[in-house]
Design a protein around this ligand. Structure first.
Ligand code: FAD
Length: 600
């Protein structure tokens, strides 16, 4: 199962043609289908074919593929990456499935599909910033999730996933609803972590949580059942009978510079993982999210480039639930957890043993105490209390007392409209969008306190995500990063540091209310480390219905096209649970499609 980046996929086009003896779909013998007629109209020949073609092999794609093959369909999964798993394999493996799972029952946690549905559609649940997490969820989609949530837990176990043997909790995924503990943790066992290239320590393999514990067992199961997984195959378009109408017939993909057409007799399932890595796409929802948000969580292993959404929209698909992407909640945008390299997502630190470390370039410096740095924008000015956090996630008992659907839930929260992230993304007053880079400025004493090593491979000096200077002015001059729009004015940074040092003397931060500023920035050398917020979840995508069928701009189902997970819209909920559930729903329904036979 071990592969390294750059391995060729084990299944080439030539092999396929040899084994199937068809370069194009056979149009004779069984009688021409409408698909075949349309294909002939389009002048296409198919290089490969299966009943169901799943695009993407992450938290949605693998469950979809397994369900489809168990439903009697032949299945091809195409995966753009050199290995399976997408964001899911990098994830914390915290899977928020409830509604009456066996561990909930074992540990006396009262839950039901109705309670789960009520939690995830409750208009009255708001976060301290006033944003309602679930108000704009599509009730048809959530009902399907609620009804399939507990069965999906049991299904994952039946298909090889080992969960930590403990009571469900609320640790990790967040935003799982107020009424019941629902989080389960996939045990990594001996599977190597993508982040480090190594398994976790033997004494933690069955007790900690990690995405490999979800993905690798599902990969093993899928392969055993006969799912063909084509790595380094990237879907570039979806083929529909009459362009923007009729049945979806298959996809086009590229592999090693060659284009191939893959026919899907029953259905195509889009499981491509969302859009946060596509600057233009994400800015439809939030114009602030310009290029400098370049350390998207999950990159540089797996990219959420909106390719699924764009391909489906090109043949008529609609988007859905756009508010869920604009709304500010949970970990959709996160404060940096480490600093000094491009990829600073707090729950993902790339280590030198990782197969993608050459792309990540540095591990970053974990910040134990935000008192050790000041954070400045690209103009060299502080903008908020450095110790402040980010958006919260609505989680178990986060609203107390919680009365489903009551206005008191919103009325009783302590409203906190200002937020670190809003300030970081605000910019510097110029008529340009985006907040620009955020830099952590610190001195040699901070390095000692934090026990940091400020050389590669911990920091990325070569690409300009970390710099140093013997004076503050020298430091400002040394900041050379492609996202820094203008040089940082040395006099502004000097003034910022000097004012901050005076706040340490006075024990108060009158500008931003940092609780008792502790340490001056005074001992050379001085450092500037990338600390720009990170984009994480996609919460809006293609319009789907309860069967995970994609719906067009006229509200009509697009026959033969399915979608689930982060590429699907209508559902504000972080992470793996909705992906696994929707993958299963899509796989089952795609396999059950009757292929229409031409009457002529
Ligand atoms: C560091 C990290 C930690 C996380 N921790 C948790 C957690 O603990 N709990 C939780 O619930 N959630 C967690 N999440 C979120 C969770 O991983 C995602 O929500 C989930 O994996 C999304 O599933 P998906 O199937 O939509 O996409 P993915 O799992 O990302 O899979 C999409 C796949 O599609 C492939 N693909 C994309 N475009 C194409 C194309 N054109 N052609 C072919 N293939 C394509 C990608 O390469 C990828 O393999 C975490 C995410 C990250 C990044």
């Amino acid at each position: 199962m071990k592969r390294s980046k750059g391995d060729k996929q084990s299944f080439s086009r030539r092999d396929f043609l040899k084994t199937t003896a068809v370069g194009a779909v056979a149009l004779t013998g069984l009688g021409a289908t409408k698909q075949a007629q349309a294909q002939a109209r389009l002048g296409m020949s198919w290089d490969k074919e299966a009943d169901v073609v799943v695009v993407g092999s992450g938290a949605t794609g693998l469950p979809a593929a397994i369900e489809a093959i168990e439903g009697g369909a032949s299945v091809i999964v195409i995966e753009a990456n050199w290995d399976v798993g997408g964001h899911a394999i990098l994830s914390g493996g915290n899977v928020a499935l409830g509604g009456g799972t066996s561990p909930q029952k074992k540990y006396g946690i009262v839950d039901s599909p109705d309670l789960l549905f009520s939690d995830l559609t409750d208009w009255s649940v708001v976060e301290p910033n006033g944003f309602p997490t679930y108000r704009y969820n599509d009730k048809e989609i959530i009902r399907a999730f609620a009804d399939n949530s507990a069965p999906t837990y049991e299904w994952l176990v039946a298909h090889g996933v080992i969960f930590v043997d403990a009571a469900p909790d609320n640790r990790g995924a967040g935003a799982t609803g107020n009424s019941a503990l629902r989080e389960n943790h996939a045990a990594p066992m001996a599977w190597p972590q993508m982040q480090t290239g190594k398994p976790v320590a033997p004494d933690r393999q069955a007790t900690t949580s990690s995405g490999v514990g979800l993905i690798r067992p599902l990969e093993v199961t899928a392969r055993k059942l006969g799912v063909q997984i084509l790595l380094q195959h990237r879907m570039t378009s979806i083929v529909r009978e009459n362009g923007t109408s009729g049945r979806v017939l298959g996809i086009t993909a590229t592999n090693e510079g060659k284009t191939l057409n893959i026919r899907a007799r029953k259905g195509v399932i889009i499981a491509t993982g969302g859009s946060t890595g596509n600057v233009n796409f994400r800015r439809m929802f939030d114009p602030r999210l310009t290029e400098e948000y370049c350390g998207v969580a999950g990159e540089p292993y797996s990219f959420q480039d909106a390719s699924g959404e764009l391909a489906a929209m090109a043949i008529g698909a609609s988007l859905w639930g756009a508010y869920n992407q604009t709304g500010e909640f949970g970990a959709t945008i996160t404060k940096a957890g480490q600093i000094g390299c491009q990829y600073v997502y707090r729950n993902l630190q790339w280590m030198p043993g990782s197969p993608v470390f050459h792309l990540a370039r540095a591990s970053g410096l974990r910040v134990a105490d935000w008192q050790d740095v000041i954070l400045v924008n690209q103009a060299g000015k502080r903008f908020y209390d450095e110790t402040a956090g980010q958006f919260t996630g609505n989680n178990y008992e986060s609203i107390k007392p919680y009365i489903p659907g009551s206005y008191l839930n919103a009325a009783n929260i302590k409203y906190k409209p200002a937020n670190f992230l809003n300030a970081a993304l605000a910019g510097t007053g110029e008529p340009v969008n985006g907040g620009g880079p955020i830099w952590a400025i610190f001195d040699a004493d901070a390095v000692t306190r934090e026990k940091w090593t400020v050389t590669p491979p911990y920091v990325d000096i070569a690409t300009g995500f970390f710099s140093s200077g013997n004076t503050i002015a020298e430091l400002a001059d040394a900041i050379k990063n492609k996202y820094q729009r203008k040089p940082m004015p040395a006099n502004v940074l000097e003034k910022t540091v000097s004012i901050y040092n005076s706040y340490v003397d006075g024990g108060k931060d009158p500008d931003f209310g940092k609780p008792t500023p502790k340490y001056k920035v005074q001992t050379p050398p001085f450092y500037a480390a990338w600390a720009t917020p990170v984009l994480h979840d996609t919460r809006a995508g293609l319009r789907i219905n309860a069967k995970c069928q994609v719906v067009d701009f006229s509200g009509n189902v697009m026959p033969g096209l399915y979608c689930g997970g982060e590429s699907a819209g209508g559902f504000s909920l972080h992470g793996l649970a909705r992906c696994a559930v929707q993958g299963r729903i899509a796989g089952k329904n795609a396999a059950a499609e009757a292929v229409e036979v031409s009457k002529s």
